[in-house]
Design a protein around this ligand. Structure first.
Ligand SMILES: Cc1ncc(COP(=O)(O)O)c(C=O)c1O
Length: 498
């Protein structure tokens, strides 16, 4: 029985909770309503934010919740960078779906611990359904295993560990890496995201265990070079175990020839992993390239719903063709867990056995809600629109005399500003343009009119727009060239004045 004399400082009476919740939802709705009219970022330096937060020690007394929530909402709305803004095209973070926002609230309210079935019956089964739906969506066998994780890095790392366990020719979980029979090696193109360096480092293989495979003129893995490297390493007594193909590279959206990589992995008995953190959802399109659709042949795929499935952060997902490989890599059964079989005799899924985490939040809910709200066709429409808008931006850049268009891949366009009267030539010209475009990215980001990031393509520093944003319109993207050139010109004037 509740002790009527107990007043927990964190509790809220239901009526107060209701009122605070209603007020907050009102504010969030107003925020979403006015998003497009407001600057994308206030561009505050860290010192300004620290000043806003103040540097007093944590007070011993508490605060009034209504006042606290009001101040905090204002702080966040006025000083955050809005990746839900229609003109946010930086890095690869999706515009968050509003229903996903509510999903996170609902998930926290129920607060299931999705580490074990007994602690999260609905959430566990709902996560399994989400995993199956994501697999089916991208054309991967729905009977696969999988788990929701925090994002692309973790999704790739979970697969990396499953591959290491499956392919190491000794019991790596027991004996670790000290076996001494050879160096385990991973193969990936030079365009692979940096997660693989973290994985090689953190999981004890060392950075030298990554064999960086050269790319072709479209920045896709050169599969002849891949096979040569595998053969040479085997002959030298090393132990190749995984090839990572990328389905949508972080810099340019390049898709490795995944079908060819699959065949090489088969020939050499290697684990074929696809980093589809960014691009995998585009495999749902009927018009997707055979290279992209060949992700269906992988042993594992990393997908990142907080990118192109528009889920609010954080949501990643590892899919593994043979579901036993996750438990093989991660399962332990400590004595203090009492997770028995269910009444119908089925062994329930306990997600703590399938990944790195023990206690786990209900990340799947926001993804599941999005998939149900929009359905497959809704996602096809949004992803297709993002690709079309990116192409429109690329073509507009191509048509502008002061812009040089570089690459167009999935929903990533790259281009750079080249002043009309530039007379420099050769390496001096390249250096000048690199410095200028780097300064331009910094200036554009701080201005907050729209947000792009950068890529370095064969030594050239370029602006990079990635549209995973269902709020972006054609007018938004067509305005970009003029805004870039205007800012570029004023930057040039400032440099000349100095
Ligand atoms: C291809 C690719 N892999 C992995 C990642 C890492 O994903 P996250 O930032 O969600 O950890 C990214 C992020 O942009 C990516 O583009």
């Amino acid at each position: 029985m509740t002790d009527p004399t107990r007043h927990a400082p964190l509790d809220l009476p239901p009526d107060e909770f209701r009122k605070l919740g209603h007020d907050l939802v009102e504010r969030i709705a107003a925020h979403l309503e006015t998003l497009a009219e407001r600057p994308l970022t206030a561009g505050d330096p860290p010192s300004a934010i620290r000043e806003l937060l103040g540097n007093s020690a944590l007070s011993s007394g508490g605060s009034d919740p209504a006042k606290l929530l009001d101040e905090t909402a204002r702080l966040l709305f006025e000083h955050s960078l809005s990746n839900g803004h229609p003109k946010f095209w930086g890095y690869i973070t999706g515009s968050p779906a509003p229903l996903g926002m509510l999903g996170d609230l609902l998930a926290s309210a129920v607060n299931p611990n999705v580490g074990a079935y007994v602690l999260s019956p609905v959430a566990t089964e709902l996560e399994k359904q989400t995993v199956r739906w994501i697999a089916d969506f991208i054309g991967f066998p729905a009977a696969c295993g999988g788990i929701m994780v925090s994002g692309g890095n973790m999704a790739n790392m979970v697969a990396f560990l499953a591959a290491r366990k499956a392919k190491a020719p000794w019991d790596i979980r027991k004996q670790g890496l000290r076996n001494g029979t050879g160096q385990l090696l991973a193969y990936a193109s030079r365009e692979t995201h940096t997660w693989i360096q973290k994985a090689a480092d953190l999981f004890g293989l060392g950075l030298d265990a990554v064999r960086w495979i050269e790319t072709d003129d479209r920045l896709r893995m050169n599969t002849a070079a891949l096979e040569r490297a595998i053969v040479a390493d085997r002959a030298a007594g090393h132990l190749p175990f995984i090839v990572v193909g990328t389905a949508g590279s972080v810099s340019t959206g390049a898709i490795d020839p995944l079908g060819e990589v699959a065949a090489i992995c088969k020939r050499h008995d290697l684990w074929f992993h696809v980093d589809g953190a960014y691009g995998a959802p585009a495999a749902v399109l009927p018009e997707a390239s055979p290279d992209l659709k060949a992700l269906s042949l992988a042993d594992s795929v990393a997908v990142d719903p907080h990118k192109w499935l528009y889920a609010p952060l954080e949501a990643g997902c590892t899919l593994v063709r043979n579901s036993a490989h996750l438990a093989d890599a991660f399962s332990f059964h400590p004595a203090y867990y009492h997770f028995s079989d269910s009444d119908d005799g089925e062994k329930p899924t306990n997600f703590h056995e399938l990944g790195l985490q023990n206690s786990r939040g209900f990340r799947a809910l926001k993804v599941w809600l999005g998939l149900r709200q929009a359905g497959r066709d809704g996602y096809i429409q949004m992803i297709r629109d993002d690709i079309a808008l990116t192409e429109a931006m690329y073509r507009a850049a191509e048509a502008h005399p002061e812009l040089e268009a570089f690459t167009l891949g999935l929903s990533i366009a790259t281009f750079r500003y080249v002043p009309a009267d530039l007379t420099l030539t050769g390496p001096e010209r390249e250096q000048y343009l690199n410095d200028l475009n780097s300064a331009l990215v910094t200036r554009l980001q701080a201005d907050g009119e729209f947000f792009v990031s950068n890529a370095v393509i064969n030594g050239s520093y370029v602006l990079r727009a990635c549209i995973v944003n269902f709020r972006t319109s054609l007018a938004d993207v067509e305005a970009v060239p003029e805004m870039v050139v205007r800012t570029g010109r004023s930057l040039m004037e400032e440099i000349a004045v100095r």
